[in-house]
Design a protein around this ligand. Structure first.
Ligand code: NAG
Ligand code: NAG
Ligand code: NAG
Ligand code: NAG
Ligand code: NAG
Ligand code: NAG
Ligand code: NAG
Ligand code: NAG
Ligand code: NAG
Length: 664
């Protein structure tokens, strides 16, 4: 039946290992299913967060195997009903079931490892829970998950959830280390060598598939579509943070609408602008924080690949230092997307505010909205993606080689995300050796307030120079490096990618309540000898900082502008960078050690984007905005660029244009 396959296009590697066209199709089907598995595993964990937010613990328990183990801090239970009972008891009246109660769990920064046989998996995540009962009770808890998953008949399930409780406290007191003790390193299920292996090579012959080439093409395109919808929504979020209203509007289709549950619906592009201007005028001015980080987004693409839904958790962390006000917003978004001439656009935004609270009073005593009690519908994820497609009746004109390439691009999305979070986890532990080992042999990294170091060894040594070599493995304090909301632009050949991710930094210690800071990462990642490795990492920090838990982000002490700018980090005198922050010039000008005047919150730091508007191609420009294509130090070191080293520079703009030019 597949004699029509264009054998001339089949790769040499494929020919060497398989005997027939049927076997080629079987192999491709197995690869598609493995990439889908990575997504299904993430979705099952994210679904847990979505259900828990509304106290749906009975449904949440069905995401587990019947005999699953569930460890939460020092408590341990087995089986679905015990898990449900534990969650009910643990959350009490802070369960999210009543509209006045809050139970927002965010579970992010996954490093997912599929087993060689594809039947089980492990994943490490960071978690935070924001809880309150609006009657004076509040709770915040944070930690690390090391979970296990198995593939069952109808979908992936959690076989073991192990949450290591690391910090906790009430809103009023803030959080500190659990038990007032130092925090040990939480055992890793992965090594730096492994974290870049997109999906392990399977063993043995692929099982026979009933899928046609067209069936597989449809599933692969659906994975590619999901990547684009994720990027679109995450980019949308970054524009909202910076009040780039024109860029937000560019991402919408003309017949669009914004609904804010309980408040109103705004139709058309003018309506979108009116809805946005409720947050203030276009452009961020001094002292204003409009961050709305996005977590745990689930994406459902319609089987015909023309529509999509994304449901996720948004936490507004807003403030204005000019009148020292600040607020929390716990929202659920459920947005619709449509593909128009090959380009995904936002069709409808539906934001449902749960609790909105005054930062200085907290979400138990300071609720400032009237919650509606509306539950945004769930999305249809959780079973095998394969099952959601009707049989495709047509034939495919695609070559296996091209389908493999498209599939590689989606595997690259996950591989890049994996490597990004592997970095976040090891740097939380200031494990300099493991951190350096995540880089490509010619990879480079910026050390904050210092400069760029090239090669894994020098990156490791710079980390030691900065943090010391004799660090205790029991930490009295930790700054976490959450890297949620990635925009990942993968090259046409699927061998390199550009990643922009938020740095959301909760801290904890034995003695002082932790708080949040915010910064931005600009990375590039490459496939080197079959493994994803970090090619370029730049941290732009900080955009805003909390002066303490009590004072929050709206109460900074502005620095005295007549004082001299702070020096680059002192350790660089002993261990100088290969390129200093100052040598990079304009791109790092406002950051400490940079070439220009130092800018510190509540001044607005210039925000850089590595991509043009993903729909309109608009270039971010303006006094406090910038566009920078390619690696950050590449203008002073062109020999560090991807293209100078045998990799493609991913398209830094609209997907539609990439499609046209590259024939996607
Ligand atoms: C278990 O952890 C909770 C929350 O951290 C704490 O209140 C409790 O005392 C602990 N129980 C035991 C037996 O350690
Ligand atoms: C992520 O890293 C883990 C840890 O070694 C590895 O086993 C897994 O294959 C990687 N997954 C992806 C999707 O890159
Ligand atoms: C393939 O189709 C045959 C005949 O309809 C069926 O018996 C078999 O279970 C199918 N295999 C798979 C993997 O779906
Ligand atoms: C503080 O300023 C913001 C505008 O940034 C305004 O919306 C808010 O009403 C002001 N609050 C007070 C208490 O003045
Ligand atoms: C293929 O044909 C079947 C039976 O006629 C139909 O139910 C199904 O929707 C078709 N699939 C597509 C993708 O058109
Ligand atoms: C295959 O190519 C033919 C002729 O160019 C075209 O009519 C048909 O729509 C194509 N089919 C698919 C599935 O792309
Ligand atoms: C390392 O730290 C430990 C405990 O802080 C200390 O006892 C030891 O002397 C230190 N070693 C070196 C080589 O500095
Ligand atoms: C700011 O710094 C200048 C120069 O050091 C100093 O003369 C001045 O008194 C400072 N102003 C304040 C308000 O601290
Ligand atoms: C896409 O590329 C075409 C041709 O190069 C150009 O005319 C058009 O403006 C581009 N569109 C966007 C959205 O960048």
């Amino acid at each position: 039946m597949f004699a029509v396959l264009k054998l001339a296009f089949i790769s040499v590697a494929a020919l060497a290992t398989v005997a027939s066209a049927d076997a080629i199709l079987d192999n491709l089907a197995r690869e598609v299913s493995r990439v889908e598995s990575i997504r299904e595993i993430k979705d099952v964990q994210r679904s847990f967060a979505h259900l828990a937010q509304f106290g749906r613990f009975h449904d949440a328990a069905t995401l587990f195997t019947t005999d699953a183990t569930f460890i939460w801090g020092n408590a341990s239970v087995t089986g679905r009903s015990a898990i449900e009972n534990f969650l009910n008891a643990h959350t009490g009246e802070m369960n999210g079931r009543k509209s006045s109660s809050l139970n927002t769990l965010v579970i992010e920064n996954p490093v997912v490892s599929l087993s060689v046989n594809g039947q089980s998996a492990k994943a490490r995540w960071n978690g935070l829970r924001f809880a309150g009962d609006s009657k004076g009770g509040s709770w915040i808890e944070g930690g690390i998950y090391e979970n296990q998953y198995v593939r069952e008949d109808t979908g992936w399930r959690i076989a073991s959830l192990h949450y290591y409780a690391l910090y906790e406290g009430t809103y009023e007191d803030g959080w500190k280390n659990v038990g007032g003790r130092g925090i040990p390193v939480i055992p890793y299920h992965f090594t730096p060598e492994g974290s870049g292996l997109p999906i392990p090579t399977p063993e043995g012959d692929a099982p026979e598939t009933n899928a046609t080439l067209r069936d597989l093409e449809v599933r692969i395109e659906s994975l590619n579509d999901e990547d684009e919808v994720r990027n679109l929504m995450h980019a949308h979020g970054y524009y909202i943070d910076r009040r780039m209203w024109t860029d937000v509007i560019d991402l919408h289709t003309t017949k669009t609408k914004v609904t804010i549950t309980g408040q109103g619906t705004y139709n058309g592009l003018d309506g979108v602008r009116n809805a946005l201007e409720r947050m203030g005028p276009e452009g961020l001015t001094r002292g204003v924080n409009n961050d709305h980080p996005i977590f745990d987004m689930l994406v459902e693409v319609s089987p015909d690949g023309q529509r999509a839904i994304a449901r996720g958790i948004e936490i507004g962390m807003r403030g204005d230092t000019n009148n020292r006000t600040a607020s929390w917003e716990f929202n659920v978004f459920r947005n619709n997307f449509v593909k128009e001439t090959g380009v995904w656009k936002v069709k409808a935004v539906e934001t449902t505010p749960l609790i909105v609270a005054d930062y200085y009073k907290g979400w138990s005593n300071g609720v400032i909205n009237t919650p509606t009690g509306y539950l945004p519908p769930w999305v249809n994820v959780g079973s095998f993606r394969e099952a959601s497609f009707p049989p495709s009746n047509g034939t495919s004109n695609a070559t296996v080689v091209d389908l493999e390439r498209k599939l590689r691009r989606s595997a690259a999305y996950d591989g890049t995300e994996n490597q990004s979070h592997a970095y976040g986890h090891v740097i939380d532990d200031i494990d300099c050796a493991r951190m350096g080992a995540l880089f490509a042999s010619r990879g480079h990294k910026s050390s904050p307030f210092a400069g760029f170091f090239i090669t894994p060894q020098r990156i490791t040594d710079a980390c030691f120079a900065s943090y010391g070599t004799n660090r205790s493995t029991i930490r009295s304090s930790i700054s976490f490096h959450w890297r949620p909301q990635p925009v990942i632009l993968v090259s046409h050949d699927g061998r390199s990618a550009t990643l922009r991710a938020r740095l959301l930094q909760p801290s904890t210690s034995v003695s002082k309540a932790g708080s949040f800071n915010s910064a931005m990462y600009h990375d590039q990642v490459v496939l080197e000898n079959g493994r994803w490795r970090l090619w370029s990492v730049t941290i732009d920090e900080f955009y805003w900082q909390s002066s303490s838990w009590e004072a929050g982000w709206a109460n900074p002490t502005p620095r005295n502008a007549s004082q001299p700018d702070p020096e680059p980090a002192g350790w660089t005198k002993k261990f100088p960078p290969d390129v200093t922050i100052a040598e990079v010039g304009e791109r790092e000008a406002g950051f400490r050690g940079g070439a220009g005047k130092f800018v510190e919150w509540p001044e607005i730091q210039r925000m850089w984007f590595g991509y043009r508007n993903l729909v309109s191609g608009r270039v971010p420009s303006g006094e406090r905005l910038g566009f920078w294509e390619g690696c950050v130090p590449c203008k002073v070191r062109p020999d560090w660029a991807l293209e100078a080293n045998g990799w493609e520079e991913p398209e830094a703009g609209p997907v539609g244009n990439r499609t046209l030019r590259m024939g996607r």
